[in-house]
Design a protein around this ligand. Structure first.
Ligand SMILES: Nc1ncnc2c1ncn2[C@@H]1O[C@H](COP(=O)(O)OP(=O)(O)OP(=O)(O)O)[C@@H](O)[C@H]1O
Ligand SMILES: [Mg+2]
Length: 307
């Protein structure tokens, strides 16, 4: 089974008006709610490809219950740890006439120690032989070595950890030897203190990281992604697409890659699937992850080069 861990999932709501008026009633013309978060998008892509996963993380208050319910309606199983603070929610107010949007965000919840311990216990109960995607940031108020602790103990049980984070959480996590990491170029350069840009430069920069991490994919936005492992170094170039969505291409890449690897595909083939998922999400309808049809079409056009 594949598990995803997201400490800061969110409940997104978008409401539309013709035009917002003050001191009077506004009638909502459209109202949509959906769970958001890096691991949530990874889970969506896995489901889209026909796989199954269980989402772990924190869920609090009514927003947390609603998020869990909406995920179940999407066919995604979750086993969130309940917390006293309310799950983050965002409200986007869209005014059609003015083509203007206003975003309101609630504060991030701060889990207490007993809540952190109970999430930790859920991760410790993940069966041997599973794969785990650990994604996103560690909420303020929690120690930045939390992911590192999870990675260390999962690794001891031969559970494969696919890790996508940034800054201190990424540095500390990498030291524990996750199975795979997927930084984008900025995250890689922060991790390694470098200024790599071209595939050959990236290849040099990741060499010391390869002592700790078996599979490294560095995503390069529209340029695709480069992948490094003992099997070789590969550059996966996606086709040009019209970008309609800037949220979640990296998470889609990760979801596609994990699914393909757990199906027993080679590193190069899994990289191709991941890049196809990332590009399909970038080209797709705003705020939604890729569809299976788009993934399959784009996959045919991804060029893999060994270098
Ligand atoms: N403009 C684009 N055109 C085509 N493909 C894209 C574009 N942007 C992203 N992608 C695809 O998505 C993959 C991941 O994108 P990117 O490097 O932007 O990830 P990221 O920065 O981790 O994104 P995020 O964390 O916001 O989901 C790329 O490897 C590529 O396949
Ligand atoms: Mg990312």
């Amino acid at each position: 089974m594949i598990y995803t861990v997201t400490l800061d999932p969110m409940l997104d709501r978008v409401i539309c008006f013709e035009e917002l008026v003050y001191d009077d009633i506004n009638y909502i013309t459209e109202d949509q709610k959906r769970p958001a978060g890096k691991g949530v998008d990874v889970a969506r892509v896995i489901r889209e490809l026909g796989g199954k996963s269980i989402s772990l993380g924190f869920a609090g208050g009514y927003a947390g219950l609603e998020m869990t319910d909406l995920l179940a309606a999407e066919g995604i199983e979750a086993d969130f740890t309940r917390i006293k603070d309310e799950t983050r929610s965002s409200l986007t107010i869209f005014q059609r006439k003015k083509k203007m949007q206003t975003l309101l965000h609630t504060p991030q919840p701060v889990p207490d120690q007993s809540e952190i311990d109970s999430l930790r216990a859920k991760v410790d109960a993940i069966p041997d032989g599973s794969s785990v995607a650990i994604c996103g940031n560690i909420p303020s108020g929690m120690k930045q070595d939390f992911f590192a602790g999870l990675i260390g103990s999962l690794k001891q049980r031969n559970i494969k950890v696919f890790f996508d984070s940034d800054r201190e959480a990424l540095i500390l996590g990498v030291a524990q030897g996750p199975y795979m990491i997927k930084p984008n170029l900025f995250e890689l350069n922060r991790l390694t203190g470098s200024k790599a840009a071209r595939p050959q430069e990236i290849k040099e920069v990741v060499k010391p990281v390869q002592d700790n991490v078996e599979y490294i994919i560095v995503s390069l936005g529209a340029r695709g992604a480069v992948g490094f492992s003992k099997e070789g170094s590969y550059y996966a170039k996606p086709p040009r697409v019209n970008v309609r969505n800037s949220t979640g291409p990296g998470d889609s890449l990760l979801g596609g890659f994990i699914f393909a690897m757990t199906q027993g595909h080679s590193f190069a083939e899994s990289l191709r699937t991941g890049v196809a998922c990332g590009t399909a999400t970038a080209a797709g309808v705003s705020d939604a992850v890729c569809t299976k049809n788009d993934i399959n079409t784009i996959k045919e056009e991804v060029i893999i080069e060994r270098f």
